[in-house]
Design a protein. Structure first.
Length: 190
């Protein structure tokens, strides 16, 4: 790995971002600060759920959704205890980013794959390698779980996300399209 790329150092379930400079971006002014760590929330405490919910609300607000922290807490508690998994990036003990994944059956192969449902990094911590560290941690966990592949989707015009994913070796899937059937009136995004 060359000096212009980020370097990730695995340590158990935690990944530390040692250097956060991508070949395609310029380092942010805060890039020289202490490392950011990423870990899986395996059995999140109430405090961790509340801190994640605060970040989750900021993510939802980015897509025009209203803040509902108590509902976000309940939603996260319910879903993280059943079919979703959360990975959090921490800077000095504070959550600064997250990735939420789910395991999906791959019926034709009689196996499973992982889907990254949500990925978010606070604006103050972008372009420091945090998103890459989250993707790296998700990838390591998916490999360890025997997943066939990782998939992620984003909007066609979300250039920063598309650049992050393609720079992280994700490839566009041609020949497929997503379709949706609304079941009840929507007040916003998914």
């Amino acid at each position: 790995m060359n000096a212009a790329q980020e370097r990730l150092l695995p340590l158990g379930d935690t990944v530390f971002v040692e250097r956060a400079v991508s070949e395609n971006t310029h380092p942010s002014p805060s890039a020289a600060r202490e490392p950011v760590s990423v870990r899986t929330l395996t059995a999140p405490t109430r405090g961790e759920i509340e801190e994640l919910a605060e970040l989750f609300d900021k993510y939802r607000a980015q897509y025009g959704e209203a803040s509902y922290s108590s509902q976000a807490i309940g939603w996260l508690e319910q879903n993280l205890s059943s079919h979703l998994r959360a990975f959090v990036a921490e800077d000095s003990g504070t959550f600064v980013g997250f990735a939420i994944t789910m395991e999906v059956p791959a019926s034709l192969r009689l196996a499973h794959f992982w889907q990254i449902r949500d990925l978010f990094v606070l604006p103050t911590h972008r372009r420091r390698g945090v998103g890459r560290a989250l993707l790296s941690s998700v990838r390591a966990a998916a490999i360890a779980a025997g997943a066939l592949r990782l998939v992620v989707q984003t909007e066609e015009d979300n250039d920063p996300a598309l650049r992050l994913y393609t720079d992280s070796d994700y490839a566009l899937i041609n020949g497929y399209c997503s379709l949706m059937l609304p079941i009840r009136p929507e007040t916003g995004g998914s």
